[in-house]
Design a protein around this ligand. Sequence first.
Ligand code: GLY
Ligand code: MN
Length: 498
Amino acid sequence: MADTTPRATSNRSTTPGSATFKDFIGSQWAEHDRPLPAQREQAPFAAARRTRVSELHPGRTVVVPAGTAKVRSNDCDYPFRPHSTFAHLTGWGTDTVVGSVLVMTPTADGHDATVYLRATAGRDSEEFYANPEIGEFWVGPRPSLQEVSADLGVATADLAELPAVLDALDDTALLVRDADAELTRSLDERLGSPVGGAGETDGVPATADVLSRDLSELRLVKDAYEVNELRKAVDATAHGFADVIADFDAVLAHPRGERIVEGTFNRRARADGNTVGYDTIAASGHHACILHWTRNDGAVQPGDLILIDAGVEVDSFYTADITRTLPVSGTFTPVQRMVYEAVLEAADAAFAIVKPGITFRQVHATAMEVIARKTAEWGFLPVSAEDSLQPDNQFHRRYMVHGTSHHLGLDVHDCAKARRELYIDGVVEAGMVFTIEPGLYFQQDDLTVPEEFRGIGVRIEDDVLVTADGAENLSVGIPRTPSDVEGWIAGSGASLNG
Ligand code: GLY
Ligand code: MN
């Protein structure tokens, strides 16, 4: 758990410590009498998720820490983001109190859930004015236990009571192990073995994080609240892309135009959401062939294709993940268009098969059939498309080394700890949300392709919701055909939500 002692800054000016000052700053504050907040929209959804955890693990205590802020350097932290499992099971968003912990205690017929959080510090404490990490004058006021309980619809207790609860745990307890390193270390030390895996009988090693696996798997199918939040994230992301296009003159004029793209998109993410769901990729020209190009320090030259892979994360932490590859001068060259259309065909072919009952793996396989066929047609492969698709060959993958799809939700690469048999080998179900993001990348120095292809990188990425009998492309409103893209950039033709 978090150490609450303020970090030492004794070589800098600090808050005065005299008794006279303490008396003065601790007095003459108005009483606040705020009404309790109404329960937030996501509270019943979080309660239903907790019920499913309870059903999976009867009789076992479940501990899910929000975690603490990560140090950026010295006494500066990265913005706090609670662990996604904590957000999922509490419904608490960007206003989560740092260091909170959800504990689900077994009862005769399920579990009781309690969120332990740091109680408010009175004006008779030093904390409120002298603690830069958690003090009200430094980071803003935090809600009371009663307010959080009303807001989230869950029992709350003072974090100071948590150590006694943890001390009473036995080795059947389950813990999200990577949420709070200090809490995990101290529990492991006390129990003498890694907490979370002990007591398993199904071949899971004792060090496995059984709870994280199960929570990842619970998130494979989204509930109605989650789908709605993902729609909001996609909508804000659509506006971010439109902002970037509107800024193309400034992008072209600046020696680090990629940074202008990043800044413009990220401004939208901060204005309309919490932040970006992952570092924005603004990759112009041959940078587009570097899959996770986030340095974004290049120029954007007339005639370039710029690959922008970006997503807004909303205040509940659900994120979009969308890629568009745009001709900055407004039109595709014939070769750029040929590559773009091949990628689009792969994306559309993959989308067309999505419905409940297929396996997740088939989405990728379908996109790869198109990628193999196109690269074979163009004469880039030493064998036919059919031969290239054989597992031991895969020549076409030289031009697309990444996968086609990943689940999307609270994390951009959601459900990362789900078992393989439920993820890549899993059966697609209604309510799943994942990306379809094929690409073709011809490196600048790739001698297997003609010169005019070299340095072209195209990815088209959409966010897809599986419905009862098919799929909905949540991001279809962001232009994606070559003509719609050109029309969008010209300021005519395709409209943002069309
Ligand atoms: N958007 C980055 C990725 O999916 O890896
Ligand atoms: Mn992606």
